[in-house]
Design a protein around this ligand. Structure first.
Ligand code: SAM
Ligand code: DTB
Ligand code: SF4
Length: 332
């Protein structure tokens, strides 16, 4: 990482809990104004980047993440499938490109990839890149050698979320530790890939957990280039189904604090948009969110259709961010 003294003062990795909680406690208008000011200093004010998601290996996952419809141990109605064929993935990616996506994100319901799966995975990366899109994969934990193989194949981003605060973590996942996740993130960085790392809110956590999650992300040795903030999608059969819903304004606050703490990162208004009003999404963009998943499906759950999103963009005067203006160095 670069010498800290050479970084602009707002790129910080030394946030304290008290400072982050103070941001959350600001009057709403002050918080959103500050976040929008930071946003404008680093990004075009009216551009939002579009990513498209594809589940390349669905369901049957051995982990116990309490929010997840793909965990084999919960009866959610998601049918387990094998890894998709490379040609099928590339045909889907071509369609996404034609609909304006600049990044293609492929997700697998694995604890970790097996080495024998990596040949097909690398072919997918190379094929999607050849279509002219950025590539992102989320495959679970990686060893250093696996991260290097993916990087050598040309993978641009690796998504691996911390999901929640260190304090709340064991309420949500017991089959892998937060430290194991941090180790994977380190392998991704060392292999030279960009990091996509965020979490989920609305899982019954407290305000201090939302602060703790963002503090963990911002105090990583380098800020993730991409920070997905997911609103829990409650899925029948998962332990978190029926959790008390988060006040939508607290969701906006989470986006705003993420924007202030990680000024050069893309903050993605990620899962949960299907249940959000257009007005709530507009507030999220005002608070500094500048990336979304586009297309009618996330991995297994619904997402707003492209027509709805393009109407919303039109009403807000927002343009899809062209590939060439997505940042290359968020972490400074
Ligand atoms: N299995 C891999 C892993 O866990 O790293 C990759 C796929 S996993 C589905 C990717 C992320 O999706 C999770 O870390 C979580 O943040 C998010 N996610 C999964 N189910 C969700 C839900 N019901 N609501 C919101 N976000 C969810
Ligand atoms: C992320 O943070 N959110 C995306 C992506 N990374 C892989 C996944 C959201 C999944 C929502 C539940 C589902 O559709 O299965
Ligand atoms: Fe498996 Fe990932 Fe779902 Fe956890 S979040 S159960 S690791 S697919």
């Amino acid at each position: 990482m670069a010498d800290a003294s050479a970084l602009p003062p707002e790129i910080r990795h030394d946030w304290s809990v008290a400072e982050v909680e103070a941001l959350f406690a600001l009057p709403f208008n002050d918080l959103v104004f500050r976040a929008q000011t930071v946003h404008r200093a680093h990004f075009p004010a009216n551009q939002v980047q579009l990513s498209t998601l594809l589940s390349i290996k669905t369901g049957g996952c051995p982990e116990d993440c309490a929010y997840c419809p793909q965990a084999a141990r919960y009866d959610t109605g998601v049918e387990a499938q094998k890894l998709m064929a490379v040609q099928t993935v590339l045909a889907e990616a071509k369609r996404a490109k034609e609909s304006g996506a600049s990044r293609y994100c492929m997700g697998a319901a694995w604890r970790e990839p097996k080495d024998r799966d990596l040949d097909a995975i690398c072919d997918m990366v190379q094929g999607v890149k050849a279509l002219g899109m950025e590539t992102c994969m989320t495959l679970g934990m990686l060893t250093a050698a696996q991260a290097q193989r993916l990087s050598d194949a040309g993978l641009d981003y690796y998504n691996h979320n911390i999901d929640t605060s260190p304090d709340y973590y064991t309420q949500i996942i017991t089959t892998r530790t937060l430290q194991e996740r941090l180790d994977t993130l380190e392998h991704v960085r060392e292999a030279g890939m960009k990091v996509c790392c965020g979490g989920i809110v609305g899982m019954g956590e407290g305000a201090s957990d939302r602060a703790g999650m963002l503090m963990t992300l911002a105090n990583l040795p380098a800020h993730p280039e991409s920070v997905p903030i997911n609103m829990l999608v409650q899925v029948h059969g998962t332990p978190l189904d029926g959790t008390q819903k988060l006040d939508p304004l607290d969701f906006v606050r989470t986006i705003a604090v993420a924007r202030i703490m990680m000024p050069r990162s893309m903050v993605r208004l990620s899962a949960g948009r299907e249940e959000m009003s257009d007005e709530l999404q507009a507030l999220c963009f005002l608070a500094g969110a500048n990336s979304i998943f586009a297309g009618p499906k996330l991995l297994t759950t619904p997402n707003p259709g492209r027509d709805h999103d393009s109407q919303l963009f039109q009403r807000l005067g927002i343009e899809p961010m062209p590939l060439e203006s997505t940042p290359t160095h968020a972490h400074g």
